[in-house]
Design a binder for this molecule. Structure first.
Ligand code: C5P
Length: 411
């Protein structure tokens, strides 16, 4: 995915053992399409060489404010102009303290101070020992940096290079990349709360067997990610899939349709948008056996009987919150044929204002898809693209339909 195509990123490294992760980060940024200009403090060069970063960024690395390569001999001005963001990873405790005071005695801090404040966001990925991170001085600095408009990313938790365990590790390269990509997405759902269901459900026959389907959960996870990127608080109710949880999303794992329904009902009062992407099993075995069903050697097969599962989406869509326009519901329809007429009928049957139709066999398990959006006024095709791209487009469509002034949005 070229999520950072045409983005110019100044990647700054200050001193810390997490510099080893900055190499991976640099590579990931380039892979995502960014043009990366690396600037290192003198301390950073003790942990990793400029040669490594030059090779990975495919550009000369800058380390000194006295570098005379820029024609006007003002590296600190030239480097910070025209970039889309300055990302300092790792940002050491000392470097953050320096930024806070507007000190500028090396090229990286100079460039941060000299950047056009309104146009070039400064994003820090802190990295330090847990005691340093927890120290009131560091925490005070973080608060003040945020108040000054700097974006300070979270820190990771776990084993530290010093042998201690706690908060303060730098996030992993892929986590920083995701946060940076999210930073550039329009905040269309800022202040909204979004509830998403994803994946298949699993309906047990006995303790070791059950009935499920081929839904991968990818579309629902992409929806959760896209909503979070757009600034929403997101809860993802996930059926049994092993996908990683999108950054900043609260995940509730469930297995059966009844568990999914219970989780949705517990969360829906706190949601403004409900997106049902899960492929919920239509039926569950009426009496799941507590013990493994055994072959008895007679050649007789077990007789299974089924009970219909509740329709989670239809239930939410008929709630008072949804009917009064406080909870905007979006359904999905996986059809094998006659997409338009089947999806239109489904939208009305479920009583939802917006439904995304797709061809089931073409989407299950795939990274790409195409959607046909249907609302009361007509249809909109979202052509073939990655599920994340489609999810971002769907977020845009949802955001455009949300009440701005309390005006209900009814099916
Ligand atoms: O009826 P069908 O399964 O085709 O409807 C699909 C839509 O309804 C999806 O949005 C799906 O998440 C939702 N659904 C549900 N509970 C069910 C069945 C479907 O929420 N039991």
């Amino acid at each position: 995915m070229n999520d950072l195509q045409n983005k110019r990123i100044l990647l700054g490294l200050s001193g810390g053992i997490a510099c080893y992760k900055a190499a991976e980060l640099c590579r990931a940024l380039v892979k995502a399409g960014a043009q990366v200009q690396v600037v290192m403090t003198e301390a950073a060069t003790h942990f990793i060489t400029p040669v490594t970063l030059q090779a990975l960024s495919n550009r000369e690395v800058f380390t000194s404010q006295w570098d005379d390569r820029p024609a006007n001999n003002m590296a600190h001005i030239e480097l910070g102009r025209g970039v889309d963001a300055i990302l300092v990873a790792p940002a050491s405790a000392d470097f953050m303290a320096k930024l806070l005071h507007g000190r500028a005695d090396d090229l990286l801090s100079l460039t941060c101070l000299a950047r056009p404040l309104q146009q070039v966001p400064l994003i820090l990925a802190p990295a330090m020992n847990r005691e340093m991170w927890a120290h009131p001085a560091t925490q005070r600095n973080v608060q003040q940096l945020k108040a000054d408009g700097t974006v300070v990313l979270d820190v990771g938790q776990g084993d530290q290079a010093c042998g201690e365990v706690g908060d303060g590790r730098m996030l992993e390269a892929d986590e920083i990349l995701d946060d940076l990509i999210a930073h550039f997405q329009p905040k269309r759902l800022s202040g909204r709360r979004v509830l998403v269901t994803a994946g298949p459900t699993y309906e047990a026959l006995d303790p070791v067997r059950g009935i499920t389907n081929l839904s991968s959960g990818k579309m629902g996870f992409a929806m959760a990610r896209a909503a979070r990127e757009a600034g929403a608080q997101v809860v993802l109710v996930a059926g049994p899939v092993s996908l990683p949880t999108p950054r900043g999303v609260r995940r509730v794992d469930v297995r059966s349709a009844l568990q999914m329904q219970a989780a949705v009902q517990a969360e829906m009062a706190q949601a403004d948008v409900f997106v049902a992407t899960a492929a919920v099993a239509d039926w569950r075995p009426t009496n799941a056996s507590d013990q493994k069903i055994k072959k008895d050697g007679s050649g007789q097969t077990p007789v299974l009987s089924f009970t219909e599962n509740p329709d989670i989406l239809a239930g939410v869509a008929s709630s008072d919150r949804a009917r009064s326009g406080q909870l905007f519901c979006v359904g999905f329809a996986a059809e094998s044929h006659d997409l338009l007429s089947n999806a239109q009928a489904k939208r009305e049957r479920k009583g939802v204002p917006l439904l995304a139709g797709n061809i089931g066999p073409a989407t299950f398990g795939q990274d790409d898809n195409a959607l046909l959006l249907i609302d009361a006024h007509g249809t909109l095709e979202l052509p073939h693209a990655s599920k994340l791209t489609l999810a971002r487009q769907l977020v845009e469509q949802i955001a455009a339909r949300l009440p701005r002034d309390g005006t209900p949005v009814l099916p």
